[in-house]
Design a protein. Structure first.
Lengths: 377, 340
């Protein structure tokens, strides 16, 4: 900041009509080095006027150091208590479901009265396997051996719930990876180059929007299900379900990416990169892709919820995972038949599914608010 | 042609459709209309092709399913020839397109003697009733609550309503339905009044499916109305109206309300997608004789003409709703003439 040495401390004598001003009575204060505030490197950018803008600007400086928008968004997410609690709940459920069975099958008391004639004794590693059927102990309420009871063919409900959650998470993970990869690749190419890729994406998206996602998944699962199992083994159905959801879910992600790419393409830093000789591929990978992070993460989180619901729906309708495999939707469908006999068979999987879906929705909401603060009220 | 024209409601609907197209052509230009119709044709073609390919790739169990114990190689071949399953796939598809051009969706393989149009005609009314009543209920309850929540933004009422909407929006219907069934079974076993849990004849059988169907859509509309209304209340012209000294009620109802409803039109599309998915689950779990249930039966019994007919019908409905939404949006907001 420079002070103009030629500054005249006394203003010219005011006109009679302006004698209401202080005029010559009080000398105006000249700018001294102490009264000049250095606004720092942000002085040239537009001054934030609303509280929201001030908050956003303040977030980009932490302990004197500037942080990237992604890090600012992550901190914002960290302050969202509901999202953080939900994330903790979901992560603990996932960990329990993947690691729990390893411990769970070993800590149970021996089961007397087992076997086809109810006269054998089995250890917990046998009867707590989620596919093991104990024909004489069907529809049991909770006990020491079976903390959540047994279902209509004598399988341990808690073990099946844990296996079902792993199925849901596996399908969701597979589909989301497919969704992000395909959506980003096609979206970036369509937004950056335009042309036939863009037209193809637009037409394909129209088609996929008209084709209800669930219906497509049902069709694929029903028609190709058996063939996949024959070639890929019992996990074939899982892979098929993932594929079906993946095909219908990536066009929306590609559209988001395309829109964002179109915006980014016009920025000056892309022009600068091109001027310094960066290849198109380099621009796409190093400049455009990192800036897509926020929109991709938001869309992917919301997609995960839809996929988990979709997989449960398919299994509920009998077209997804089938016995002896386990899925939350399948358990709900089976349990609903036993409503009058043992209502807990449908209660537990329903509660677990509701908790997972709700918590993931809260996390998705939090992610959306954190990464796109302007959509918040 | 005969199968379509003999069905009076379908005829009325077709005439209304043609009238709508003519109207759109006059108001928004012939080019817009032609572009949209071309899109519709493209989508129907694409959807029918995808369904056809899936049916073609599936192992052909329908012949075994129909003949059952009476299956012999000769009879199996005869049936296959009757259904045209021994032709190469492009011939089969060409044959199907030819059928479509004659406005016929073919004959069911499992209920031979009934055309697909007839079958759809039998099962469509229940689904329409469920869908329209459910959507109506959702809008009638959701939009006013959303407006109220926006007018009292950030109060305890607003937070409570928002929490409720989020929970209902996130929970899938087949999580709510077991709880409902549990409650009804419990009430019934204690001798108290309870609603039915399946069927579609009497009013108390219809209340529950319609209400549960409306729950998800209601939450969606509540959120959209609320955020749209809050956005409108922030505008300068609302501030001006308040500054002019108008009563708060007049400001809200005469000025803000109308503008807040415009984005709701664009929300019809996603709501419809949700509705189509929900229809399957609700009809399946409540045993309602609607298109969703019948379509599922057709899929599992590999009755492909019915499957294709159902899918085409649904896709057609979705594209049509998108067109209606675009046109309505063009009316509500004159700045938007046509959208692609």
């Amino acid at each position: 900041m420079k002070v103009d040495e030629s500054y005249d401390p006394t203003p010219p004598t005011p006109d009679r009509w302006e004698s209401l001003s202080t005029g010559n009575i009080l000398p105006s204060i000249p700018p001294t080095p102490g009264s000049i505030i250095d606004l720092g490197p942000l002085a040239d950018s537009p001054t934030p006027t609303t509280q929201r803008e001030r908050d956003e600007q303040a977030e980009t400086v932490v302990e004197g150091q500037s942080i990237s928008p992604t890090q600012a968004a992550l901190r914002r997410l960290g302050r969202d208590r509901r999202a953080m609690i939900s994330m903790t709940v979901v992560l603990s459920l996932i960990v329990i479901s993947y690691i729990g069975p390893l411990l769970y099958v070993h800590i149970g008391p021996p089961l007397t009265g087992a076997g086809p004639f109810a006269n054998q004794t089995v250890v917990s590693t046998v009867y707590r396997n989620f596919t093991h059927q104990e024909q004489t102990l069907t529809d049991q309420p909770s006990s020491a051996q079976y903390p959540l009871g047994t279902d209509a063919v004598g399988r341990d409900i808690l073990a099946r719930i844990m296996a079902g959650v792993t199925v849901s998470i596996s399908v969701a993970a597979m589909v989301v990876v497919f969704d992000i990869v395909l959506g980003m690749v096609v979206g970036m190419l369509a937004g950056y180059y335009g042309g036939w890729i863009d037209t193809f994406l637009a037409r394909f998206t129209d088609l996929m929007f008209a084709f209800p996602q669930l219906l497509f998944a049902i069709l694929v699962a029903a028609t190709l299900g058996q063939a996949f199992i024959n070639t890929l083994g019992p996990d074939g159905r899982l892979i098929l379900v993932s594929l079906a959801f993946g095909i219908t879910i990536w066009p929306q992600m590609a559209r988001y990416v395309r829109g964002q790419t179109l915006q980014l393409k016009e920025q000056q830093f892309i022009e600068a990169a091109r001027a310094t000789g960066t290849t198109d591929l380099g621009i796409l990978l190093r400049h455009i892709a990192p800036n897509l992070f926020s929109i991709v993460v938001t869309a992917a989180t919301l997609d995960i919820v839809g996929i988990i619901i979709g997989e449960a729906t398919l299994s509920l309708l009998g077209l997804g995972v089938q016995s002896p495999g386990s899925s939350l939707g399948l358990m709900i469908s089976d349990g609903a038949n036993q409503l009058g006999i043992q209502y807990t068979e449908v209660l537990w999987p329903t509660i677990v599914l509701a908790v997972i879906v709700l918590c993931l929705s809260f996390v998705g909401d939090g992610v959306q608010d954190a990464f796109n603060p302007r959509t918040k009220d | 042609m005969g199968s379509l024209l003999s069905n009076l409601p379908a005829l009325v609907f077709l005439l209304a459709l043609i009238g709508f197209c003519v109207f759109v052509g006059f108001r928004l230009g012939v080019r817009f209309l032609i572009r949209r119709l071309a899109g519709l044709v493209f989508v129907v073609l694409g959807v029918s092709f995808v369904t056809f390919i899936l049916g073609y790739l599936a192992p052909g169990g329908v012949v075994y399913a129909q003949l059952g114990q009476h299956y012999t190689v000769a009879r199996g071949d005869q049936l296959r020839h009757l259904y045209g399953l021994d032709l190469p796939w492009y011939e089969q598809y060409a044959h199907y397109l030819n059928q479509l051009l004659h406005l016929s969706l073919g004959t069911s393989w499992l209920n031979s003697g009934q055309t697909v149009f007839q079958i759809l005609g039998i099962y469509l009314p229940a689904s329409l009733e469920l869908g329209l009543w459910g959507a109506g209920l959702a809008i009638v309850v959701g939009v006013p609550l959303g407006l109220l929540a926006a007018v009292r933004a950030n109060t305890r009422f607003d937070t409570a309503i928002q929490a409720l909407a989020l929970i209902l929006y996130a929970l899938p219907t087949f999580v709510i339905i077991p709880f409902y069934d549990l409650a009804m079974v419990n009430l019934h076993s204690h001798g108290l009044y309870s609603l039915a849990t399946s069927g579609w004849d009497s009013l108390d059988q219809k209340i529950a499916p319609i209400t549960i169907f409306a729950l998800g859509i209601f939450a969606y509309y509540l959120r959209i109305t609320r955020s749209s209304m809050i956005e409108v209340l922030r505008q300068d012209y609302v501030r001006t109206a308040r500054a002019k000294g108008l009563k708060e009620r007049v400001v809200v109802w005469r000025h803000a309300f109308r503008n807040a409803l415009i984005p709701l039109l664009t929300a019809i599309g996603p709501a419809l997608a949700f509705a189509v998915a929900g229809v399957f689950i609700i009809e399946y779990l409540f045993n309602i004789p609607g298109i969703g249930n019948r379509g599922l039966q057709a899929i599992t019994s590999q009755d492909y003409p019915v499957v294709q007919g159902t899918v085409i019908l649904l896709a057609f409905a979705v594209v049509l709703m998108n067109l209606v939404t675009d046109v309505a949006y063009g009316f509500a907001d004159p700045r938007v003439k046509t959208s692609s």
